[in-house]
Design a protein around this ligand. Structure first.
Ligand SMILES: [Mg+2]
Length: 268
């Protein structure tokens, strides 16, 4: 870790003080859990569920998961009881711990376009793994050979790119795939959470966002905008170009970060 990153982390945890509810915003895949080809097997790294449970039981922190997955997939994998609030579909969906669910509505034209793509990709998934989401279509090539991945990507881009930019549809790139979708992104989700907490300008309590992928960069920027109380953390094994303040490697540094959080939040 660079000296600047270590200083930023130290200052962040030193700022935990009485009267504030710190906000811990977490991506799931790649951040709290290692990738699995079968995503329904992606459980958190050893010890992570336990320390998150301790943070929850401590009762000082508001924790929210912000994921590209449909929101309902998180609770069974994370295994925390009561479940955490989850913003799914990169922020277009919100699932509260009591089961209430909100889904951003797409225009008729966008839904019609997505339905056509779904029908096509269900018949021919272009060699990749097609995922059907409520607000978009996703093509994954994780696990494919580099040559095969390039082919899948080329075919998918040829299909998706001409449609992006119209009817609210946008292309969302991630590490081993691409999504054509409508709705709020992870940056929008963070902004909405902060607005709701009454803090869209200068935040006076600690807010951290942990993420691993390109789709988390919008959330990093949203957290970076709030000033000295915001901390953006790139949580991944290999470094990549990022706007995050700090780079940490899971699982050891993830557990270390959460343990520090638990200790710091005692002062809140
Ligand atoms: Mg991720």
């Amino acid at each position: 870790m660079t000296a600047d990153a270590a200083k930023k982390l130290e200052e962040f945890f030193n700022a935990f003080a009485g009267g504030a509810t710190p906000l811990l915003l977490l991506d799931y895949d790649g951040t709290l859990a290692p990738f699995r080809l079968d995503r329904f097997l992606a459980r958190p790294w050893a010890g992570v569920r336990e320390v998150l449970t301790r943070i929850e039981r401590q009762g000082r922190t508001r924790m929210v998961v912000i994921t590209g997955r449909p929101a309902h997939e998180i609770a069974p994998l994370l295994g925390i009881d009561p479940p955490l609030e989850v913003w799914g579909l990169h922020g277009a969906e919100r699932l509260l711990p009591d089961g209430q669910r909100e889904l951003e509505q797409a225009s008729f034209a966008a839904r019609e376009m997505l339905d056509k793509l779904r029908a096509m990709l269900k018949c021919d998934s272009l060699g990749g793994l097609f995922e059907d989401k409520a607000n978009g279509v996703v093509m994954h090539w994780r696990g494919a050979s580099p040559r095969k991945a390039r082919l899948i990507e080329q075919k998918t881009r040829a299909l998706f790119e001409p449609l992006a930019g119209a009817n609210g549809l946008a292309l969302l790139e991630f590490e081993a795939g691409v999504e054509l979708r409508v709705g709020c992104d992870k940056g929008g989700a963070v902004a909405a959470i902060l607005r709701e907490a009454g803090a869209d300008a200068q935040v006076a309590w600690p807010v951290a966002y942990l993420g691993d992928d390109l789709t988390d960069e919008a959330a990093f920027r949203a957290v970076n905008n709030i000033g000295p109380h915001g901390l953006s953390v790139l949580m991944r094994r290999q470094w990549h170009e990022t706007e995050a303040d700090v780079w940490l490697r899971p699982p050891v540094e993830l557990r270390g970060f959460l343990e520090k959080w638990l200790l710091a939040a005692r002062h809140c």
